[in-house]
Write a protein that binds this ligand. Structure first.
Ligand SMILES: Cc1ncc(COP(=O)(O)O)c(C=O)c1O
Length: 351
């Protein structure tokens, strides 16, 4: 395979037109994108070019059978204008894990890193320094064979696009614990970052939003007894001084933020238990006052505190904590990501 990336730069950057103090996450894109096609059993024509529409035929398999996967990661700028990625190896491994599950060919590691670092480097002015600021990076793959046959596509398109990012959730969240709908089932594709997992969440999440909730906390699809994850975040519960999060089974996305938070907690002598937690246990802890905190963890949302949850009509509100684990862990995580704190696990990756 010819790995050499062809680069065509934009004639005039769009960056002057963007108001970086006022835009919504995921709606503004940077100057360039990466594109590479899988044709005749090979990844070919790797290209970085100005961000623009792509052309696919209406028969493209992704439009009919949903063979699509994606990743989400961020680039951060430090106070010396250096740009850093956070654990990109984890996103690379996960996109290929998702690819295998969705019968999509894996993407080569060398080309992934070359494309990622060249693209981020070219668009580095879009990564802003400051609290909550970063650039979101979205690698994705779509089935692109022009044939409506319910079989894996023969052709694919791998792309990377980037979007300047600010804080995703700016307030504490109120969540609904699912007792009817499910996000993922055992044996299914919940652990993959497959596009359909998100489409399937939209309807029950909209119903929850209509009732005043920000997100749904998903439970296991068999009995709706065990807490799994929330929207686009893994979820942590602090009961007394122990942090509890669910093990990553085949129904839960193996979050990079989740595993980083677990490590940072251990490094800071916070007791962590990775175990299945029942909704009933959570409700009992809320009733007897031992439930101190709940928070979600994910690339877009970073660490987002949850102030209340409802299950089967019963609402539980959490009290403010003076020694919030969520705040402490978030500030260490962000400190590492933005090159303010020591990176003892070598998570930062300089662009
Ligand atoms: C379903 C789901 N769970 C958890 C996460 C958190 O994963 P990460 O920390 O790798 O962003 C995400 C977001 O990417 C997600 O979509």
């Amino acid at each position: 395979m010819n790995n050499k990336i062809k680069i065509t730069r934009i004639e005039k950057s769009k960056i002057q037109d963007v108001d970086f103090s006022n835009f919504s996450f995921g709606s503004v894109f940077t100057d360039h994108m990466f594109e590479c096609d899988f044709i005749n059993g090979k990844w070919v024509n790797p290209t970085i070019k100005p961000y623009q529409p792509i052309s696919i035929e209406p028969s493209a398999s992704v439009l009919h059978y949903g063979q699509a996967i994606f990743e989400g990661m961020k680039a951060y700028k430090d106070e010396n204008n250096e740009v850093w990625l956070f654990r990109p190896d984890q996103n690379f491994e996960r996109i290929n894990k998702s690819a295998v599950r969705m019968a999509i060919p894996e993407f080569p590691k060398e080309l992934f890193f070359e494309a990622l670092t060249k693209l981020v480097d070219i668009d580095r002015d879009w990564v802003k320094y400051g609290e909550g600021r970063s650039m979101y990076i979205r690698p994705f793959v779509i089935g692109n064979e022009y044939a409506i046959q319910a079989v894996p596509s023969k052709n694919y398109k791998f792309m990377i696009i980037c979007a300047p990012a600010t804080l995703y959730y700016t307030k504490k969240l109120k969540v609904l614990v699912a007792d009817k709908y499910s996000r993922a089932a055992s044996g299914g594709v919940g652990y993959a970052k497959a596009a359909g997992n998100y489409a399937g969440q939209f309807y029950p999440t909209n119903l929850a939003k209509e009732q005043g909730f920000d997100q749904v906390v998903w439970t296991d699809s068999n009995e709706h007894s065990y807490l799994e994850e929330a929207g686009t975040m893994n979820i942590f519960f602090r009961i007394n001084n122990t942090l509890i999060t669910a093990p990553t089974t085949d129904t839960i996305l193996d979050g990079v933020t989740r595993k980083s938070i677990i490590q940072i907690a251990k490094d800071n002598e916070i007791n962590v238990e990775v175990k299945k937690l029942k909704v009933e246990e959570l409700k009992n802890a809320a009733k007897n006052g031992t439930l101190k905190e709940i928070f979600g963890a994910g690339t877009a949302a970073v660490v987002s505190q949850i102030k209340a949850f409802q299950h089967k009509g019963e609402l539980f509100e959490l009290e403010e904590q003076n020694d919030s684990y969520a705040e402490k862990l978030k500030s260490i995580l962000v400190g590492i990501q933005t090159n303010k704190l020591e990176d003892k696990h070598s998570w930062r990756y300089k662009v």
